[in-house]
Design a protein around this ligand. Structure first.
Ligand SMILES: [Zn+2]
Length: 265
């Protein structure tokens, strides 16, 4: 059988070509070009917009966009980030490949100031920059090839489409609970912590944010955010351990005039 052999050879070539190293040195298999990931992100974002109304609170929208802009300004590259605020009590936020950021109004009760919101968005943005979505989709669909993925995305709602959204990190909205791996969480924590500090947000507030999140977990509607980003003492210990370095970055940012003032949620 010649054809399958060519395919498996092709697959091997692709696998060899795409074993990449993440920003903190973890090996990950990336099968999809950025353009393909951006397309997936755009589809997932449009779907979310169809399902959840946008907030009409202009003050709140300006606040979220101010925090997001301060962060994305510190991200190298020319991506135009699209930032939307969804009107929903759900405690959730996400970033998608292709420069999409979604914030649910519910999370602003847990992230109670601009620094804590920056901690969440910094973490989410770094998941995207470190290609964690690509790594997860690649691991799940290494055998199936990109063709069936593109078909699944273009078509009507299906379990495969829901799973894809889960792999991109917005599964909770679709009832697909897919926590990131521990290595990916640590990586997003470390890089997100630096990013918020570089943008002039107080990195000490990241610890408070995760404390608030843990506290909310015991409440009446546990945060959907926690289903994909488990909060635990280990995370808080990790952030605390690297606080001196984050504080140095923060002080330098403040000195060079990066002092975001986005107001209160
Ligand atoms: Zn995470």
């Amino acid at each position: 059988m010649l054809v399958p052999r060519i395919f498996s050879l092709l697959l091997i070539v692709v696998l060899i070509a795409s074993c990449a190293t993440s920003p903190t040195g973890q090996r990950q298999l990336l099968l999809f070009p950025d353009s393909e990931m951006s397309k997936m992100g755009a589809v997932a974002f449009e779907e979310t917009k169809k399902q959840t109304p946008l907030s009409k609170n202009t003050r709140l929208v300006a606040y979220v966009q101010c925090v997001a802009a301060a962060l994305t300004k510190q991200v190298p590259g020319s991506t135009q980030w699209e930032v939307r605020v969804f009107e929903s009590p759900e405690i959730n936020a996400f970033a998608l490949p292709g420069g999409k950021i979604g914030v649910y109004t519910g999370i602003l009760k847990v992230a109670s100031n601009q620094h804590q919101l920056a901690a969440i968005l910094g973490h989410e943005i770094e998941h995207v920059l470190a290609n964690h979505g690509n790594a997860r989709v690649s691991a799940a669909y290494a055998a199936q090839g990109a063709l069936s993925l593109t078909q699944a995305l273009a078509g009507a709602p299906s379990p495969m489409k829901d799973q894809l959204f889960g792999l991109l990190g917005i599964g909770a909205q679709y009832g697909v609970l897919m926590p990131y791996g521990r290595g990916q969480e640590t990586e997003a924590d470390v890089l997100g912590h630096d990013l918020m500090a570089r943008a002039g947000f107080d990195p000490r507030e990241a610890v408070q944010l995760w404390r608030n999140m843990s506290k909310a977990a015991g409440g009446r509607s546990p945060p959907a955010f926690l289903s994909t980003h488990p909060a635990n003492e280990e995370r808080i210990r990790g952030l605390t351990r690297r606080m001196p370095e984050a504080m140095r970055i923060y002080e330098a940012a403040r000195k060079s005039g990066r002092r975001p003032d986005c107001g209160q949620p």
